[in-house]
Design a protein around this ligand. Structure first.
Ligand SMILES: Cc1cc2nc3c(=O)[nH]c(=O)nc-3n(C[C@H](O)[C@H](O)[C@H](O)COP(=O)(O)O)c2cc1C
Length: 315
């Protein structure tokens, strides 16, 4: 299919692999792009050399566009942008910061940019700065969410009404029902993080995948509410950080460092595992190919079903 989001990203299906710090690297991003969606490498936590080598890994898998996600508040943001430009990346996503001061360089080099937002106010600022589209992160999403805590269901239509640029919905989407709902609300693409954790290609330890697969509807908790709230799975480690004194909670969260992102070591009790509320809906480990093909077939059959329901109603 073709729409404004596939035009920006260069894929054939407007589904984005949500960037996940130290998780979505070259192999997984390359595989997602090879299959027609948009894979991206999370630059957060990677040295410049490592980012270059992950881009190279992705390039070996596919010549389709692969993106880089750049959290703008991190000290390596400028370097990551330069590496993406050097590597011939066509589109980046930016998050956690004001895109304004980076736009001349990114747009001047001919790249497209989708910026992550969590309110109409930040979206309007991003649009004014010149981004090509926004990724709207709702309250239910895994990882860092906006302080505003607006749900995907409420945020997307407000953004669709307020903006001329396309909106991608992130947060709470794991199957074709979520994709269609997002489109009905006015989105022109979706970004999924949590659903991709429970895929064979995802490089997190098995215990993380198992926790996602066995999650119930109340499996996550929000930490660090005063600074940058982050949604993670409930376990001994995250519940141990939770504190009614938010400054203490933030300090404890900060002290968990990179180890918390379960790349090496850790276990189901000690690891901090960012994860969305939609984990309660994810109960089977899939390959990325199977996941994307189910999404696309599911959207087709579900939309036909909805069309006939509403068509009958209206006659
Ligand atoms: C483990 C994990 C790590 C994440 N790391 C990042 C990141 O580095 N940069 C970013 O912009 N978003 C990050 N996110 C957010 C995702 O890119 C995506 O927007 C979010 O997962 C969508 O919500 P969902 O989990 O309900 O699908 C992360 C999410 C998770 C679950």
């Amino acid at each position: 299919m073709k729409n404004r989001v596939t035009e920006i990203l260069g894929g054939s299906f407007p589904v984005i692999l949500g960037a996940m710090r130290l998780i979505t690297l070259g192999t997984m991003a390359g595989e997602v792009s090879r299959l027609g969606a948009f894979g991206q490498i999370a630059a957060s936590g990677l040295s410049g050399d490592r980012l270059r080598s992950e881009l190279e890994l992705a390039r070996r898998i596919t010549d389709r566009p692969v993106g880089v996600n750049i959290p703008l508040y991190r000290p390596n943001a400028t370097e990551a942008i330069e590496i993406a430009i050097e590597a011939g990346v066509k589109a980046v996503t930016t998050s956690a910061g004001n895109p304004m001061k980076f736009m001349d360089r990114i747009k001047g080099a001919g790249l497209k940019v989708l910026h992550k937002v969590s309110s109409v106010e930040t979206a309007l600022k991003a649009a004014e700065a010149g981004v090509d589209g926004v990724i709207a992160t709702g309250f239910e999403a895994g990882g860092h969410i906006g302080r505003q805590q607006t749900t995907t269901f409420c945020l997307i239509p407000q953004l669709a009404d307020a903006l001329d640029i396309p909106v991608v919905a992130a947060g709470g989407i794991a199957d074709a029902r979520g994709v269609l709902a997002a489109f009905a609300l006015g989105a022109e693409g979706v970004e999924m993080g949590t659903r991709f954790i429970a895929t064979r290609q995802c490089g997190v330890p098995d215990f993380f995948k198992e926790r996602v697969l066995n999650a119930d509807s109340d499996a996550t908790v929000l930490l660090g509410k005063e600074a940058m709230p982050i949604r993670v799975l409930k376990n001994k480690a995250s519940l141990g950080i939770k504190n009614s004194d938010k400054a203490k909670e933030d300090a404890k969260l900060e002290s968990t460092g990179d180890k918390s992102y379960v790349q090496s070591g850790g276990n189901p009790d000690t690891a901090i595992m960012p994860c969305g509320q939609v984990a309660g809906l994810v109960s089977d480990l899939k390959g990325v190919e199977e996941l994307l093909s189910e999404l696309s077939q599911g959207c087709r059959s579900l939309s036909r079903g909805l069309f006939s329901v509403f068509n009958e109603e209206c006659q």
